[in-house]
Design a protein around this ligand. Sequence first.
Ligand SMILES: C[S@@+](CC[C@H](N)C(=O)[O-])C[C@H]1O[C@@H](n2cnc3c(N)ncnc32)[C@H](O)[C@@H]1O
Length: 196
Amino acid sequence: MSQYFTNDNNLRSEYRNIVYNYKNYSFNFVSDLGVFSKDKVDYGSRLLVENYIEHGDKFKKVLDVGCGYGFIGVVVAKVMSSHVDMVDVNKRAVHLSNINIDNHKVDAKAFISNCYDDVSDKYDVIISNPPIRAGKDIYMKIINDAFNYLNDDGAFWFVMNRDQGAKSTIKKIENVYKVDVIDKSKGFFVILCKKR
Ligand SMILES: C[S@@+](CC[C@H](N)C(=O)[O-])C[C@H]1O[C@@H](n2cnc3c(N)ncnc32)[C@H](O)[C@@H]1O
């Protein structure tokens, strides 16, 4: 069976819509088979984005790693008036993200990249709901290597569930970042990592 992070050229397409409302903002995302949480906004992603909006700053240059159909990046670009670059290893996810960027008229672009392989800029903020199912090597690379793509005062925001090892992950990265847990809900931890 095809995983949401693999590229399957034979996978048929069945577009569907996902509605998300935040305060006065209304979003209508195009989604499809073969992407993460294809039928509804993921609870962890929603918790992450709403905490970022509440505690983060507007007008920042942001990178969304593992963008899927574009939920996090598009919402951040719209509500925080940010420029957002978005990357995913899944071609269909990047295609959907670009549709959703156009439909919501936000200042963003999505492109294919395996982790940071095709990322060349530095960012004020990197945000991610990392791909746990892609395996520890991949998600720890996304978390650890964010450091190298952040400006000096940059911040890396991510979400992880207790069942996915949130606590042990925090312990592992405390020697790299200054780490704060910003919110916890239904086992999900919203984690803010700053360069010291
Ligand atoms: C948990 S999903 C989050 C998707 C989206 N941000 C959301 O909130 O709905 C993780 C995403 O990471 C992507 N991914 C998996 N392995 C990756 C890799 N090596 N490099 C970049 N993205 C990857 C998957 O395709 C998936 O879209």
